[in-house]
Design a protein around this ligand. Structure first.
Ligand code: CP
Length: 318
């Protein structure tokens, strides 16, 4: 595997992973192809390789996370890197230390890679210019969540064999969803037909310019869909009064078995998590054979191993 990946490293010339908007389709293809090799490692009895021995990764999460933070930690450990999780509420950030000084401090401790999640869009991009460490965007406000987009593409590819021409419908709070944006950028570049559906107040103005079709009625949007990707209501980012109540939202946009009938027979139901059972998805659909939600989580480790590996191979300074 090393020989194959070494050749690939020569064409992945990036220090950071900030978003999918500025990635070339060949770079996305490279990550998705390489992730297949890393998935195999997770299927071995001893799930560890020495590839990143001596490298240090720091998780710096200003917002809560279960999947992203944990899977970066598992990914780093499977590659034999050292991993530190900064506990933000117990750190000097609460004494007023700013973002720049926090990350400069982490860099001075020779961290090769900093994985950052922050409530403000653009923070990872600013930090990427300030430090030599590689920066991975683990979600910046409502902007992008590139590794989640890559995981979702990898999962669809694994199940369907190709992304080209698939009808993929993203449902819910598109306006505040960094997952939706990364998926739109990635999937359209890879030839999928992307549709978005939700209450008019939760669809970004001029979203058609991102080459997506817009629907306001769930039944119309998911007709013949190959993939339905549900989103959580991002109540923590919403202004009040964007829709009447969660009950009303569920009535109009919640996915249940009855509504699923109009989709393609082998439709995939996806959700980046965390899910709110009974709101955007009924429990019977979340646990049905259509659902690949747990596959998304599992694939998160392989995709994040790949990203750590490709970014580390491009370095040599630290
Ligand atoms: N999908 C996702 O980002 O989940 P977490 O918030 O749990 O990391």
């Amino acid at each position: 595997m090393n020989e194959v990946v070494d050749v690939r490293l020569k064409v992945f010339g990036r220090k950071d992973l900030l978003g999918l908007q500025d990635l070339h389709p060949d770079e996305i293809r490279l990550i998705l192809d390489t992730a297949r090799s890393f998935r195999e490692i997770s299927e071995r009895p001893i799930k560890k390789v020495p590839t990143l021995r001596g490298k240090t990764l720091v998780n710096l999460f200003y917002e809560p996370s279960t999947r992203t933070r944990t899977s970066f930690e598992i990914a780093a450990k499977r590659l034999s890197a050292d991993i530190i999780n900064i506990n933000v509420p117990q750190s000097s950030i609460v004494k007023g230390e700013g973002l720049k000084d926090t990350v400069k401090t982490i860099e001075a401790m020779e961290a090769s890679i900093v994985v950052i999640r922050h409530g403000q869009a653009g923070v990872p991009h600013i930090l990427a210019h300030m430090v030599k460490s590689s920066i991975i965007n683990a979600g910046d406000g409502a902007h992008e969540h590139p590794t989640q987009g890559l995981i979702d593409m990898f999962t669809i590819l694994e199940k369907k064999g190709s992304l080209e021409g698939l009808r993929i419908v993203i449902v819910g709070d598109i306006l505040h969803s960094r997952v939706a944006r990364s998926n739109i950028f990635g999937l359209t570049k890879m030839g999928a037909k992307v549709c978005v559906c939700g209450p008019p107040t939760l669809i970004p103005p001029k979203v058609e310019q991102l080459k997506v079709e817009v629907y306001y009625k769930l039944e119309e949007a998911i007709k013949d869909a190959d993939v339905i990707m549900l989103l959580r209501m991002q109540l923590e980012r919403q202004c009040p009064n964007l829709f009447p109540t969660l009950l009303e939202y569920t009535k109009l946009y919640g996915l249940n078995k009855e509504r699923l009938r109009v989709a393609s027979q082998d439709v995939l139901v996806m959700h980046p998590g965390p899910i709110n059972r009974g709101i955007e998805i009924t429990p019977d659909v979340a646990d049905s054979h259509y659902s690949v939600i747990c596959d998304q989580v599992r694939n998160g480790i392989a995709v994040r191993m790949t990203v750590l590996y490709l970014l580390s191979g491009n370095r040599g300074r630290l």
